[in-house]
Design a protein around this ligand. Structure first.
Ligand code: NAD
Length: 366
């Protein structure tokens, strides 16, 4: 067995349908007396639910609601939210939403140290990590700081019932990407690898069910359980080529986060397949046997991931997101700029082929 180090991150996880009802109790347990509630404009209705739950408690008051969370956490939004948190005398933040909303809470915590109670409504996984990202003009800066790790996370699958089928599939595969890269990370450890395999398996089972019926609460629970495990892997171990490519594509060409992950993942896995055989065997095992006419034979990890997206109606080509052939050349140069840990070294020609396959949406051949 390889040697390893494992330092679990602190934090409390409360999981189950209907557990949003415990929001006041959990906020009070964190010492929050005046909560700043964060959401996107689209999720404003959900905050009203939380406001009425807090109104029933004598221990936690609502300091204010900031409903302008935006993708990529722009610095202007961060400045406005930080100023309001101070003006309203908030002593903690409740984030209600996907990675963009959790990200805004983290940006506030980075400056103030306010505790975060995160209530995720997608499968992105940010709630389980001490990683933050803030976009200043033209540049997304990311970093790690224990201050931004949410202290408590309430996972209530009922809150994901409104997530449209398309976003459920791509957000779920975004979560799987964390687990896949966690399995071959240089700092991988047996505990996170168990979580990764279980997380992939839970999502791979749940997503095809959700494609047919977004209201299936058992599948919603399985998917959110998988998202928790995959998010936890992201919080504990370093990511490789796939995350780097998605960061570059998302940041430079403003491509949508979950869709970009969904399209690139099978190709990043094909690129690494021969250099991380054990990890890939675990990914293929977690994805389960090939299920569709598209994949008659046992699928490799890369093919299984491609089929999971294609068979469930997710986009499979970067072209379909509006990227151009000229953008691709620029993306290649950016991806080669820094070396970073990855099972296979960065090779220009092979990377170019990877990006071209992702651009065209080809099923990997490995
Ligand atoms: P998102 O938070 O941007 O949400 C996408 C859209 O879905 C928004 O309009 C939102 O209002 C809507 N939405 C969210 N939940 C919904 C629900 N249950 N029902 C209906 N609509 C819903 O998307 P995301 O994919 O969750 O997060 C992406 C962002 O998170 C990216 O900026 C990414 O970089 C970041 N992220 C950060 C980390 C980290 O560790 N720091 C990890 C993962 C993702």
């Amino acid at each position: 067995m390889k040697s390893f180090a494992y330092s679990p991150l602190p934090g409390c996880v409360v999981f189950g349908a209907g557990r949003l009802r415990e929001v006041a109790k959990e906020a009070a347990a964190l010492g929050i007396r005046r909560a700043l509630i964060l959401c996107t404009p689209e999720q404003r209705a959900l905050t009203e639910q939380v406001v009425s739950l807090l109104a029933d408690s004598s221990s936690v008051a609502v300091a204010g609601i900031f409903d302008k969370a935006l993708m990529h956490v722009p610095i202007e939004t961060v400045r406005e939210a930080r100023a309001l948190a101070q003006e309203w005398g908030a002593d903690g933040a409740i984030t209600l939403g996907g990675g963009s909303t959790t990200g805004l809470g983290k940006a506030i915590a980075l400056a103030s140290g306010l505790p975060i109670l995160a209530i995720p409504t997608t499968y992105a996984g940010s709630e389980m990590t001490p990683i933050y990202g803030i976009t200043e003009p033209g540049l997304k800066k990311t970093g790690r700081d224990p201050k931004v790790l949410p202290r408590t996370v309430i996972y209530d699958p009922e809150l994901t019932l409104t997530l449209p089928a398309g976003l459920s599939i791509t957000s779920g595969i975004n979560a799987i990407a964390h687990a896949v890269e966690g399995l071959y990370a240089p700092d991988a450890n047996p505990v996170n690898s168990l979580m990764a395999e279980e997380g992939i398996a839970a999502l791979a089972k749940a997503l095809p069910v959700l494609r047919k019926d977004v209201n299936d609460l058992e599948a919603r629970s399985q998917a959110l359980y998988g998202a928790w495990l995959c998010g936890s892997v992201l919080g504990h171990v370093g990511m490789g080529l796939h995350h780097k490519l998605c960061h570059t594509l998302g940041g430079t060409f403003n491509l949508p986060h979950a869709e970009t992950h969904t399209i690139v993942l099978p190709h990043a896995v094909a690129y690494n397949q021969a250099f991380a055989p054990e990890a890939m065997a675990r990914v293929a095992r977690a994805l389960g046997p090939a299920k569709t006419p598209n994949s008659m034979n046992a699928a490799s990890a890369a093919q299984g991931l491609f089929d999971l997206a294609a068979d469930n109606g997710a986009p499979t080509s970067l072209q379909s997101l509006g990227l151009t052939q000229a953008d691709l050349a620029h993306a290649l140069d950016l991806a080669l700029q820094n070396q970073y840990p990855n099972p296979r070294p960065l090779e220009r020609e092979a990377l170019q082929a990877l990006l071209q396959d992702a651009f065209e949406g080809r099923r990997p051949t490995v």
